[in-house]
Design a protein around this ligand. Structure first.
Ligand code: NAP
Length: 525
């Protein structure tokens, strides 16, 4: 398949007229063909109009048809073959095994949502039967189900060119909920986006769905992105990226005559607490495992362990020694884009210029363009508590160790943390009481609390929460990874006294979809 550099609007591929967007190979800084002429208000109007036209028909597709459509997208993405991996490697500098793994995750995510759609639990059907004889007042027949919110704008993420981009988690969960999707491609990987976008177009056609179920636009965030978020036909937004980008989109969505939800995943430094007994018994092992997690993918993960918190001790000294030695031996990896490399360099400079951190170790500088040099810094708890700059996300392989004088200081650091995607306790059984004391604080600060693991690596499953209070996300009530992500794009509707024939299938007597329902307070499957 040849890349054409066109906008995918419904079933069409059209050439826009804006400034050219080219991917850049971050390993060489070379521009990659073809150019993608940026879209603008015309393309936003076309895509939103088609999405709105498709909405009522798509949201009522039979569950089996919608499930097979999601599986069909996965099949089409796999059928692209090596071309997809090679283009993604050229556009992101990520290595082949990482991208092959990410393609696997993307497709299994789509298939997971297919099964979620089939099971129908997300409809959350509740029926309270009429009680005409009830005294002193009769009760009418009341039935509830969830329906899709409407067309969703999805922003492709730079750091997951497959799993959080065109056919990634936000798209899969919105399509599963019954929402048409308009994707604003990330300008760093337009070719990868086109390949996946065309795969979705083929699946839409194969399952004879309305063409407006999916569109893919290229262009600037300020024009195409804000254009989508402020279009009255868009009813929700999925975003992964910077705090400034996510916050701007939340503001735009709130300023609309009809405000809409924005599910923005933004910035998290994922604190790891090294508790005393764990440090005492396995400091060196922890130091090495920490550096593996820190250095994975040049640290360009939202779950990168950017903060280590521990009490001063001989164990902490051994941890720093082992982590420092490991960092010096790590290979340096290319970052995703020159812009992300620049932001990383600036973030590292902000830490050093604060005058409040000391260098524990640097990694090797790296030879090629945009190579990420890993860093480990340390600071005191009192400096951390008094300087907000030390909490800023440095997107890349840099982490800061907070040295606390005692357990109380550790608790104060935990209390002062901004909202996080994850919080980790490295603990042994002798640390149980300290962990029990920290847990209520960490639950308030993070979406996922873990023991004896590392935050990188997010399982796509039913129990996962990839969310958390601001600035980790703009809405801590949901998750962007895992099957519960479907709930972001649904809302409940109650049907009072409607004749059976007018009710949606899931609510009818006889339960034609065979879904689990709460009938008069009792679960019936
Ligand atoms: P970004 O700058 O936030 O861009 C993400 C997407 O949002 C792009 O499509 C961009 O459009 C659009 N956008 C940005 N600001 C916007 C605005 N004000 N209005 C409308 N659309 C807007 O993120 P990035 O390019 O992926 O990376 C930049 C930095 O974000 C990184 O250095 C890192 O600090 C952070 N980041 C964090 C995570 C995380 O998971 N925590 C993930 C990725 C990035 P354009 O095409 O115009 O750029």
């Amino acid at each position: 398949m040849r890349l054409e550099g066109k906008q995918l609007v419904g079933a069409e591929a059209i050439t826009a007229t804006g400034a050219m967007i080219y991917a850049v190979n971050p390993q060489t800084n070379e521009q990659l063909e073809p150019g993608y002429a940026a879209g603008g208000t015309v393309e936003v109007e076309q895509a939103c109009s088609l999405a709105w036209e498709a909405f009522d028909a798509y949201r009522e597709t039979e569950l089996e048809v919608r499930a097979r459509f999601l599986e069909g997208i996965a099949d089409e993405v796999e059928a692209i073959g090596d071309l997809l991996i090679e283009r993604a490697m050229a556009e992101t500098g990520l290595p082949r095994p990482r991208l092959e793994g990410e393609r696997g995750r993307t497709c299994s995510q789509l298939r997971l949502f297919a099964n979620v759609v089939r099971a129908g639990e997300w409809l959350d059907v509740r029926i309270d039967s009429a009680l005409p004889e009830r005294q002193p007042m009769p009760r009418v027949d009341l039935r509830q189900r969830h329906i899709a919110l409407g067309p969703v704008a999805v922003f492709g993420a730079s750091n997951f060119p497959l799993a959080f981009s065109v056919a990634g988690g936000d798209t899969a969960s919105a399509l599963a909920a019954g929402c048409p999707v308009v994707v604003k491609a990330h300008s760093a990987h337009p070719g990868t986006s086109e390949l996946v976008g065309r795969a979705i177009q083929r699946a839409v056609e194969k399952f004879q769905l309305p063409p407006g179920v999916f569109s893919l636009l290229y262009g600037s965030g300020r024009e195409v992105g804000q254009g989508l978020v402020t279009d009255a036909r868009i009813k929700a937004v999925g975003f992964t990226g910077s705090r400034s980008g996510g916050t701007a989109l939340v503001a735009a969505a709130q300023a609309r005559p009809e405000p809409i939800p924005v599910y923005a995943e933004m910035s998290s430094i994922n604190p790891v607490f090294l508790l005393p007994a764990a440090l005492e018994s396995r400091a060196a092992e922890l130091g090495e495992a920490f550096v593996d997690s820190l250095n994975m993918g040049a640290g360009q993960f939202c779950t990168n362990p950017g903060l280590i918190i521990a009490q001063k001790s001989d164990g902490l000294n051994r941890f720093l020694q082992a982590a420092g030695a490991s960092i010096q031996e790590t290979a340096s990896h290319t970052m995703l884009t020159p812009g992300i490399y620049e932001a990383y360099t600036k973030g590292v400079a902000n830490l050093t210029l604060s005058g409040k951190v000391r260098v524990v170790a640097h990694g090797p500088a790296g030879q090629g363009a945009n190579a990420c040099q890993a860093n480990l810094f340390a600071t005191s708890a009192s400096d951390f508590l008094s300087d907000a700059v030390l909490q800023d996300e440095v997107f890349g392989s840099t982490s800061l160790v907070i040295e606390c004088n005692d357990q109380d200081e550790m608790g104060r650091v935990a209390e002062q943390l901004e909202g996080q995607l994850t919080a980790t306790l490295q603990m042994d059984s002798a640390d149980m009481e300290l962990a029990r004391g920290l847990l209520p604080i960490l639950e308030r600060r993070a979406g996922r609390v873990m023991a004896n693991g590392w935050p990188t690596g997010v399982e796509v499953c039913h129990a996962m929460v990839h969310g958390g209070p601001y600035p980790a996300t703009s809405d801590s009530r949901t998750t962007s990874v895992g099957s519960a992500a479907i709930h972001r794009f649904l809302r409940p509707v109650c049907y009072q006294n409607l004749p059976d024939i007018l009710l949606p299938a899931a609510l009818r007597d006889g339960n034609p979809y065979g879904v689990s329902r709460l009938v008069d307070g009792e679960r019936k499957s």
